[in-house]
Design a protein around this ligand. Sequence first.
Ligand SMILES: [Mg+2]
Length: 269
Amino acid sequence: MVSPEWTIPSALTDFHDIERALEGRRAAVFLDYDGTLTPIVDTPAQAVLSEEMRGTVRRLGDRCVTAIVSGRGREDVQERVRLDNLFYAGTHGFDIVGPAGSGIHHQVGQEFLPAMEELHQRLHRTLARVPGLLLETKGYSMSVHYRLVENGAVAEVEALIDGLLQDYPGLRKTHGKKVFEIRPRFDWNKGKAVQWILQAMGLDQPDAMPLYVGDDATDEDGFEAVAGRGVGILVEDRPGPTAASYRLKDDAEVGRFLERLARTIHESA
Ligand SMILES: [Mg+2]
């Protein structure tokens, strides 16, 4: 059920409701990376995890199944987080690994990789002349970042992408925050990755409570995956429609929330 964001409560102010819902249940925590665990920055390279947040996420990972679910390539986000007690679901969930020693590695949509590679080369040639544009390839997806592109040029960039995409019926474009994402036209997303991890860990049960925290349009799939049995938490300080049931203003609030959550899970264990 999509509700206007301004009607949903703060996950910090109403923490006790979440705490009560957790009683006697096994938590599983799913976290987006950019803009959720890190502040919003101009380029993806600048999104660095603070030591404080790393410590908080490490404590969570020690106490319950914890996963980073990101649009970034799986290895990229792993190198940024540098914790070996977590699941990592990269490129919107297409590439999943479990904690160190678990032996879990699940990849979907590998048949789309050659087309992605070819389109990447063509986009690279076509878009090289647009100042400020950043093209990032992550195997299963590509990101065209236009945060630093002049406003008037964005429509032209999108038209160029759409033109090239006509040659690749298996691929599609989605919208993120100041970014066009190109991904396989394949029924898989962050929410499917959440569901896969819950099943793999035996947490697809009434006594499990998944929590999903994210700030992107693609995180709505994650909120929907946990709706009804857990909580979705939108990181956003502006109103807008969402499937999340709580909100947090920014990454600083996410840090405070996760710290409280880790303490609660520890105390109830
Ligand atoms: Mg994000």
